[in-house]
Write a protein that binds this ligand. Structure first.
Ligand SMILES: Cc1cc2nc3c(=O)[nH]c(=O)nc-3n(C[C@H](O)[C@H](O)[C@H](O)COP(=O)(O)OP(=O)(O)OC[C@H]3O[C@@H](n4cnc5c(N)ncnc54)[C@H](O)[C@@H]3O)c2cc1C
Length: 253
């Protein structure tokens, strides 16, 4: 497969284990069968997916949401997704709150061998709690010798999930117990300056809609930043479900 080819995959996964890894994050670990191991061999940890949440209503279609394949561990036959437990006001969060071992979930994803971020000398990675899974996976996959400044918002100190990386990582945490009421993430990210001698820079932003909009507008006007060096994607929109916000239509999975 060449680096740009993608193939869609959809399969039903059974829950092996569920645990609160912090007070606001539920990790759901799914079993990977032998067949699934084969189809997942070209899917990267940190890639995004579509989850298909079953409903109790007989004539109602399943509900689709977008999440991150936090870890695909073929050797141990485990696929993990980390859900922000934001309450039972959303079907995905509600599903994670009540799910039990043996329950199932349809998950769709795309095969791709493309790295999560392109090569660069220095990275700025900005995200709120929903982006902690993807930013952790990016940090884990960055090579030695590159610099990465991570500005991460989560609910409180107990929700810091420390990631490991071969890169020179400098991580700054912001706490926000009510992200649906606004965030200081954009303000903080705007204070960051790349070093003068850093030529190949890359900025990755994944967070609530307003933060992403503000930072997209900000970094687009930075003449030292190539347009291909900016990835800014809304992961959710305060006060609107994923369908209402139309976010899933704009995302590639
Ligand atoms: C590419 C991509 C990858 C993502 N990966 C992850 C991931 O790995 N883990 C993860 O937890 N989320 C992730 N998200 C975000 C997730 O898709 C949204 O939070 C989604 O709205 C959750 O669906 P829901 O059914 O729980 O709530 P919805 O039905 O979509 O929304 C119901 C209500 O809950 C509010 N809401 C939604 N999310 C949050 C939140 N995080 N905090 C507070 N209020 C919220 C909405 O504003 C709305 O008012 C990702 C999004 C994208 C686009």
């Amino acid at each position: 497969m060449n680096s740009t080819e993608t193939k869609k995959i959809r399969s039903v996964f059974h829950v092996k284990h569920k645990e609160y890894i912090t007070p606001h994050f539920i990790r759901v670990i799914f079993n990977i069968s032998d067949n699934q191991a084969e189809i997942l061999s070209n899917v990267k940890s940190g890639s995004n997916n579509k989850i298909f949440i079953p409903t109790d209503e007989p004539d109602t279609q399943e509900i689709v949401r977008t999440y991150t394949n936090r870890k695909i561990d073929i050797e141990n036959r485990e696929l993990s997704i980390d859900f922000v437990a934001h309450g039972d006001n959303g079907p995905a969060s509600a599903w994670a709150l009540q799910v039990q071992e043996g329950d199932f979930l349809g998950i769709g994803m795309k095969e791709s061998t493309r790295p999560l971020v392109p090569d660069a000398d220095s990275y700025l990675l900005v995200g709120d709690a929903t982006a902690l899974p993807v930013i952790s996976a990016i940090a884990e996959q960055l090579p030695e010798g590159v610099n990465a400044k991570i500005i991460m918002e989560t609910f409180g100190k107990e929700d810091e999930i420390l990631c490991c990386s071969a890169a020179n990582v400098d991580i700054e945490w912001l706490y926000n117990p009510t992200p649906e009421k606004g965030s200081r993430l954009a303000e903080k990210a705007k204070e960051f300056k790349f070093l003068e001698n850093e030529q190949r820079k890359y900025v990755y932003v994944a967070a609530e809609y307003s933060t992403v909009k503000e930072l997209r507008d900000y970094f687009r006007t930075d003449p030292s930043l190539d347009s291909r060096a900016l990835h800014a994607v809304s992961y959710w929109k305060a006060g609107e479900s994923e369908d209402q916000a139309g976010l899933h239509k704009k995302q590639s999975s």
